[in-house]
Design a protein around this ligand. Structure first.
Ligand SMILES: Nc1nc2c(c(=O)[nH]1)N(C=O)[C@@H](CNc1ccc(C(=O)N[C@@H](CCC(=O)O)C(=O)O)cc1)CN2
Ligand SMILES: Nc1nc2c(ncn2[C@@H]2O[C@H](COP(=O)(O)OP(=O)(O)OP(=O)(O)O)[C@@H](O)[C@H]2O)c(=O)[nH]1
Ligand SMILES: [K+]
Ligand SMILES: [Mg+2]
Length: 447
C-alpha cells in the first residue's frame, strides 16, 4: 500500500473555486468518509457535502474520483472542487490529513505520474515550464511537448541507436568474422542521419533560445543618440536616466517588455566611444558583449548630428556581425533638422523615427522579425539539461565512427551505449533489458 498524498492544487488567495487533490491507494476511502457516500462513480462530477470527523460541515463541493490507472498519476485519485479563499480548502486539507493522507512534496504528483510511466521527463519539464511561460510562443511549444512531441522524437532516436547497438552486440558475440564492408557503410549512414538530426535540433534550439526566456534585443550606439530614450519609449515608462550629458548610462540596463505575443528583453548599453581612454574602451567591449549575447541588435544613430568616428565604429560592428544576427538600424530624432548623412548606412535599410514622438514603426519591425523567428516547426530543446545531453550524444556518435571502421566493435558498442544513455536521460532512463529485447527479438537467436 502506498502513501496517499494531498495538496491544494490551485493558487493561494481569493478566488471562487479551489481544487484539492488526493493520490494514492486510500484516496477513495478518504473521499467516501468525508462525503458520507457509499460509492463514487469514476470520472463523474458528484455534488457532495463534506464533513469533518466531528460532524462539522466543511463545504458543499464537486468531487471527482479517477480510478487507477486512469488518472493523472496512474494511481487512485480524488479531486475536490471546493469554494475558494483562504479558509475552506485549508480546512478540507486538515480533514484529509486527519483521515490519514499526508501533505505532498512539491512536484510529487508529477513524480508519481513519471514513476508510473504516465509522463516522461520532457513532459514533466514542459508542464513545469508551461505554468511559468511568459509568452504565447513559449506556451504553444510547451503545450505540444507536454502532450509528448519531444518525447516521441527522443524515443525515435533512442530506438534507432538501440537497433545499431543490438546489431553490434550480436556480431561481437556470435560472428566469427569481421563486419562486411557494406554493413559498415549502412551503419555509418544510419549514424550520420541520427547525428544530423540531433545537430539540427541543437542548432535550432540555440537559435531560438529567446523563445523561452524572451528574445534579447540590445540597443547600441554612440553617446547621446537616445538609446535610453528608446528603451523608455518601448517600456512606456521612465526606466533609464535620460540626459543631454554624453555617457549618462554607465551600466547595462535590462528590462522585459511584451511586443505582440512575444516576450522581449531589452538591453540598454553604455554608448560606444573611440577608445581614447581606459573607461571608453570598456564601453566598446561592453557593446561587443551586448551584441554577442543578443538575439537581435538595434544600432542607433542621431539624425541631428553629423556622422563621425564614433558612428563609424558602430557601422563597423554592424558590418562585422550582421551575417550572424539580425540588425535593425534606426536613425533617431527625426523631429529635429536632419544633418546625418544617410548614404553611409542606406544599404542596411535604416528606419527613421523620433523616440520623443512615436516608436510604432520599430515595434512593428520587431514584431514581424519575432514572428519570423518563430516560424520554424523544428523540434526544440527547452532546458540546459536537454541541450548538454544532446551534445553528449553527438560527441559519443562522433567517437564511434573510428572503432566501427577499424572493426573494433567492443569500442564501437561502448560509444553507442554512451550515446543511448545521453539520449535516454532526456526522456526516461535506459535499461539494459531494452537492448536484450532488441537483440533477442530482432535476430531470432535460438529460442
Ligand atoms: N481538474 C484537473 N484539471 C487538470 C488537471 C488535473 O489533474 N485535474 N491536470 C493535471 O495536470 C491537467 C490535465 N491533465 C491530465 C492528464 C491526464 C489525466 C488523466 O486522468 N489521465 C488518464 C485518463 C486518460 C483519458 O481518459 O483519456 C490516463 O492517462 O490514463 C487527467 C488530467 C490540467 N487540468
Ligand atoms: N529631439 C529629440 N531629442 C531626443 C530624442 N531622443 C533622445 N533625445 C534626447 O537626446 C539626449 C540623449 O538621450 P539619451 O537617451 O540619454 O541618450 P543615450 O544614447 O542613452 O546616451 P548615453 O547613455 O549617454 O550613451 C537627451 O537629451 C534626450 O532627451 C528624439 O527623438 N528627439
Ligand atoms: K545621454
Ligand atoms: Mg543612456
Amino acid at each position: 500500500m502506498n502513501e496517499t498524498i494531498a495538496a491544494i492544487a490551485t493558487a493561494n488567495g481569493i478566488g471562487s473555486i479551489s481544487i484539492l487533490r488526493l493520490s494514492g491507494d486510500r484516496s477513495l476511502e478518504i473521499a467516501l468518509k468525508l462525503t458520507r457516500k457509499s460509492n463514487l462513480q469514476p470520472r463523474y462530477a458528484t455534488l457532495a457535502s463534506l464533513h469533518h470527523n466531528d460532524g462539522t460541515l466543511i463545504d458543499e463541493a464537486i468531487v471527482i474520483y479517477f480510478q487507477a490507472p486512469r488518472s493523472f498519476t496512474g494511481e487512485e485519485v480524488v479531486e475536490f472542487q471546493c469554494h475558494g479563499g483562504y479558509v475552506v480548502a485549508e480546512s478540507l486539507l486538515r480533514a484529509v490529513l486527519h483521515e490519514g493522507a499526508r501533505l505532498a512534496e512539491p512536484g510529487e504528483f508529477s513524480k508519481r505520474a513519471f514513476l508510473n510511466g504516465r509522463l516522461d521527463l520532457t513532459q514533466a519539464e514542459a508542464t513545469a515550464a508551461l505554468i511559468e511561460a511568459k509568452s504565447d510562443d513559449a506556451a504553444r511549444i510547451l503545450a505540444r511537448q507536454m502532450k509528448g512531441e519531444l518525447r516521441g522524437y527522443i524515443e525515435g532516436i533512442r530506438d534507432s541507436l538501440l537497433e545499431i547497438l543490438a546489431y553490434s552486440e550480436v556480431v561481437i558475440d556470435y560472428a566469427e568474422e569481421d563486419l562486411p564492408e557494406d554493413v559498415v557503410d549502412q551503419i555509418e549512414v544510419k549514424l550520420e542521419n541520427i547525428k544530423h538530426t540531433l545537430s539540427r535540433t541543437l542548432e535550432s534550439s540555440r537559435r531560438r533560445s529567446g523563445l523561452m526566456q524572451g528574445f534579447r534585443v540590445a540597443i547600441i550606439g554612440k553617446p547621446n543618440v537616445g538609446k535610453s530614450s528608446l528603451l523608455n519609449a518601448l517600456l512606456d515608462y521612465e526606466r533609464a536616466i535620460v540626459s543631454d550629458i554624453a555617457g549618462t548610462t554607465r551600466d547595462t540596463i535590462e528590462e522585459q517588455v511584451r511586443i505582440g505575443t512575444h516576450l522581449i528583453r531589452l538591453v540598454d548599453t553604455a554608448g560606444i566611444r573611440n577608445a581614447s581612454d581606459e573607461i571608453e574602451r570598456i564601453g566598446i567591449e561592453r557593446s561587443i558583449a551586448a551584441i554577442e549575447n543578443a538575439d537581435v541588435v538595434i544600432a542607433l544613430f542621431d539624425a541631428s548630428r553629423e556622422i563621425d568616428e564614433e558612428d563609424r565604429s558602430i557601422i563597423d560592428l554592424v558590418e562585422r556581425y550582421r551575417s550572424e544576427k539580425p540588425f535593425i538600424c534606426i536613425v533617431n530624432k527625426s523631429d529635429l533638422p536632419q544633418v546625418f548623412d544617410m548614404s553611409s548606412i542606406e544599404h542596411y535599410h535604416p528606419i527613421r523615427l523620433s523616440c520623443k514622438q512615436d516608436t510604432q514603426v520599430l515595434v512593428d519591425t520587431l514584431s514581424s522579425l519575432m514572428d519570423h523567428e518563430n516560424d520554424g516547426e523544428e523540434m526544440m530543446l527547452i532546458s540546459a539539461r536537454q541541450i548538454s545531453a544532446t551534445e553528449g550524444a553527438v560527441r559519443s556518435i562522433d567517437e564511434a565512427y573510428e572503432p566501427l571502421r577499424d572493426g573494433e566493435l567492443e569500442f564501437f558498442s561502448f560509444h553507442i551505449n554512451a550515446a543511448i544513455r545521453y539520449v535516454a536521460s532526456i526522456s526516461r532512463p535506459y535499461e539494459l533489458d531494452e537492448m536484450f529485447d532488441r537483440m533477442f527479438g530482432q535476430f531470432c537467436l535460438g529460442k
